[in-house]
Ligand binder design. Sequence first.
Ligand code: CP3
Length: 341
Amino acid sequence: MPLIAAATGKNPARRPVWFMRQAGRSLPEYRAIRANRGMLESCFDAELVCEITMQPVRRHDTDAAILFSDIVVPLRAAGVDLDIVAGTGPVIAEPVRTAADVAALPRLATDEVGAVTSAIGLILGELPDTKSLIGFAGAPFTLASYLIEGGPSRTYERTKTMMRADPELWNQLMGKLADLTITFLRAQLDAGVDAVQLFDSWAGALSEADYLTYVAPHSARVLAEVADYGVPRIHFGVGTGELLSAMTNVGADVIGVDWRVPLDVAAARVGPGVAIQGNLDPTVLMAGDAVLERELRRIIAEGERAVASGARGHILNLGHGVMPGTDADAITRAVELIHTL
Ligand code: CP3
């Protein structure tokens, strides 16, 4: 598998590529299948999860499938009242703000994500041997931000306030979310995923000092508790240029980089022995073939420089998810270019 080879310092048979949010609204076949089904309902239907996970792999020939799910799926499975609202994201019915709220947060039992583990079995039955299946979970900080704010936020003011004003309560909440994330990732690993990605999408809202104090110990515990499987652990967040080293040191084998930091610069920040993943700006997929080829050539060259200076390997990806308005054919062309350039 080219993706596993690149993640572990071996020579991949071809340059591996997959795209965050490769399954989703950019694909007409996804829009058709989701036309009369809710997002969460779809995430708990194993056959639908398998079909949606496979759609972008079939169409674009990416080197990995990412399980179609969402970071709030394990919270919903455990019994938290929430919804995923189109165009907004996760919305929590009763935000978690007091000690009583934290105490009442349910734990996750493995059988509550049985639909997800069944889906993994179905996907592994369809996926060619050369392609990897990536499982994932939200990291404790990003999950906490949704639970505390009640939905998406620009400022994370309630989250940062709890973190600093009541660190004991904060650590209780983060500890429970780490437990939930460990259970969810281990269930996926037991079902056979080839790699896992921990999404700390919004960690970039924090300074490095705050990340190290309030977040790193919990994310480190999550990554340590899945280390025994020996599969690559990818760690990703948006706007995390200043956190790349800290986010690697919590136990990542592959560090995700957004488009703000060139890959060779990122590799120098994290030091040798770590693979890098990224980092095409998703909007480049909307700018036409000439721009796409120019930007991909630059990223490939920066990735090669990163590897020459000690990075374990380079997995091509976007710096964040595919935007819903992206033309699916542009994504296919990007994959072709990445495999042939
Ligand atoms: O292809 C893939 O990458 C796998 C699927 C995937 C989804 N969510 C499907 C989804 C993954 C890996 C996620 C993770 C996720 N969910 C993250 C971390 C990744 C990131 O983007 O930083 C976060 C922050 C969420 C929370 C969330 N869920 C948001 C912000 C949204 C978008 C809201 C919107 O409508 O724009 C969702 C909903 C969601 N998750 C969609 C998809 C395909 C869109 C819902 C739909 O199709 O109706």
